[in-house]
Design a protein around this ligand. Structure first.
Ligand SMILES: Cc1cc2nc3c(=O)[nH]c(=O)nc-3n(C[C@H](O)[C@H](O)[C@H](O)COP(=O)(O)O)c2cc1C
Length: 147
């Protein structure tokens, strides 16, 4: 089974809802085992073992929140070159975090062929669909299918 890790930070639940939808989309794809983890839950072994890592965080003060920044730093301790990645996150007005996460993952050698998904505040039905689509696309690529 290909291992896909969805890691998120969320303060008021909006990015958490997106993370659940991303994982739900990925779980549609046979042959992929999906682990959904908040920042507090994720273990270093899971990072090393995952072939795909999808990272979500809200935008705070036009940035990625500090705890997620720390997590992205932790990723630097793990060989991640060539793994697949994607990013997502809820925002209020400017919404920089998904693009910043994407840049960080690319700089670490992950491959991110997808644009990150953003949702303004609580994700609506369309945003949740986009999240499911993102999870499914990453999972399909992991098992060698294109979508
Ligand atoms: C202290 C603070 C700073 C924020 N800064 C920004 C910001 O710079 N840009 C933005 O788009 N949203 C900003 N927001 C809004 C959050 O990104 C938004 O409420 C989001 O839905 C929170 O997601 P969460 O429920 O996953 O924590 C900020 C919110 C807080 C509480």
């Amino acid at each position: 089974m290909a291992q896909l890790l969805v890691v998120y930070e969320s303060h008021t639940g909006n990015t958490r809802k997106m993370a659940h939808a991303v994982a739900e989309g990925a779980r549609q794809v046979p042959g992929v085992e999906v682990a959904l983890r908040s920042l507090n839950e994720v273990r270093t072994e899971e990072l090393a073992g995952a072939e795909g890592i999808i990272v979500g965080a809200p935008t705070r003060n036009t940035k990625v929140p500090p705890a997620m920044e720390q997590f992205l730093g932790r990723l630097r301790q793990v060989p991640v070159t060539g793994k697949l990645g994607a990013s997502f996150g809820s925002y209020g007005w400017s919404g920089e975090a998904p693009a910043l996460i994407r840049s960080s993952l690319v700089a670490q050698g992950l491959l991110l062929p997808w644009v990150g998904v953003r949702a303004k505040r609580a994700p609506d039905a369309q945003a949740l669909d986009n999240c499911r689509g993102l999870g499914e696309s990453v999972a399909r690529r992991l098992v060698g299918e294109t979508s």
